[in-house]
Design a protein around this ligand. Structure first.
Ligand code: GTP
Ligand code: MG
Length: 353
């Protein structure tokens, strides 16, 4: 028979064991990232939208409430095979559910408070971006010549997003859409290892997809929405490179308008995903020689004004002196144009070599 004090000491032992386990868990930092509990409303929650209609909409590429909310009744009626009256009702309901429209200042401030940041790994680089790194609900575009570090910044972010918030991460997973076959698992593991995190776990939390052409690249975005709806806590979306396929496929002068239109729609969708799911989007972009520029660095980002205007933060990357790298923030609406020095080492992006 156990005495009361023995029983109490057993309870104590169990408590200690549990708390030790918790400490061990927190040491791992990047472990099992839990799926989202508070799922967003589904299309079938709307009046007039049953499973059959919802399936039709999915076939038409409409997966989430936001995509539906921005449709017109005529287009929705066409895509879903419902009457315009039903379509109008569903759109109205989705807008109510999403609370589209104006919000007051305090609500706006609250929304801003929910913004997450992901450290680049370099304090200097983070400072350039306003202090904490790459921001959710925003598109950060890195452009620069080949070998300037665009992909390396992306790979480092893919690791860092998984860190807890107090370590500069967003406690989330990453989607890496790779258009050029430059994703390197071994490099990710190396960066994760130098950070002291578990490389296998880090790699498991990055969903990689190779996009074989621009249409495929576009389709993959729907897949991302689908994964998030399924509860994957994706907090960073990387497109490396945003423009390469578009540039290769629409090469003639006469195709420029078509390319820009397609690219415009794509970026718009990226912004929508960033906004709806409060995640950060990091895209890379090549440069082309700009014969019109006579002085300074004669390079211009691909995609012209369309990419430039959609990106919240644009950074120009180039090699600096003695193995350093230079990042320059360009045309930010709320931050001064500025440049800073960082390095790419075994640990990924860092302040000092
Ligand atoms: P493109 O995709 O070709 O346009 O170039 P990019 O801007 O994506 O260049 P990327 O990020 O691939 O940078 C390549 C450079 O990063 C290399 O030239 C190296 O200097 C550096 N780098 C890549 N891997 C490592 C590594 O494991 N260790 C170190 N120290 N540097 C690395
Ligand atoms: Mg690259």
């Amino acid at each position: 028979m156990t005495t009361k004090s023995e029983a109490q000491s057993d309870v104590k032992k169990i408590k200690n064991a549990v708390s030790e386990e918790l400490v061990e868990k927190s040491k791992e930092d990047v472990g099992e990232i839990k799926k989202n509990e508070n799922e967003e409303p589904k299309l079938t929650d709307l009046p007039g939208i049953g499973p059959a209609v919802s399936a039709k909409l999915e076939n038409a590429g409409v997966y989430d409430m936001m995509s539906l909310a921005v449709m017109t009744p005529a287009i929705l009626s066409d895509a879903a095979g419902v009457s315009e009256a039903v379509a109008r009702k569903a759109i109205q309901a989705s807008r109510n559910l999403l609370n589209l429209g104006f919000v007051d200042g305090t609500e706006y401030a609250k929304k801003r408070e929910s913004v997450n940041y992901i450290t680049t790994g370099s304090k200097n680089f983070d400072t350039l971006l306003g202090g904490k790194g790459v921001e959710s609900r925003a598109i950060t575009e890195a452009f620069g010549a080949f070998g300037s570090g665009k992909t390396q910044v992306g790979l480092t972010l893919a690791v860092n997003v998984q860190l807890p918030i107090d370590k500069g991460g967003s406690n989330g997973k990453c989607v890496f859409i790779d258009t050029e076959g430059t994703f390197r698992p071994s490099r990710v593991k190396q960066i994760a290892e130098t950070l002291g995190t578990n490389p296998e776990k880090v790699l498991k939390n990055i969903f990689v997809a190779r996009a074989f052409n621009s249409d495929h690249q576009i389709l993959l975005l729907d897949k991302v929405s689908e994964m998030i709806r399924g509860g994957e806590p994706i907090k960073l979306l990387i497109i490396d490179s945003l423009t390469a396929h578009f540039r290769a496929e629409f090469s003639g002068r006469g195709q420029l308008a078509d390319r820009q239109q397609k690219l415009n729609r794509y970026i718009h969708n990226l912004m929508k995903i960033a906004e709806t799911h409060n995640l950060a989007v990091y895209v890379t972009n090549q440069v082309m020689a700009n014969p019109a520029q006579l002085f300074g660095d004669p390079t211009t980002a691909i995609g012209g004004h369309i990419v430039a205007h959609a990106s919240t933060y644009r950074i120009y990357l180039r090699r600096g002196k003695q193995g350093s790298r230079v990042a320059k923030l360009i045309d930010s609406p709320n931050l001064p144009d500025n440049e800073t020095i960082y390095y790419v080492t075994e640990a990924g992006v860092v302040d000092e070599a």
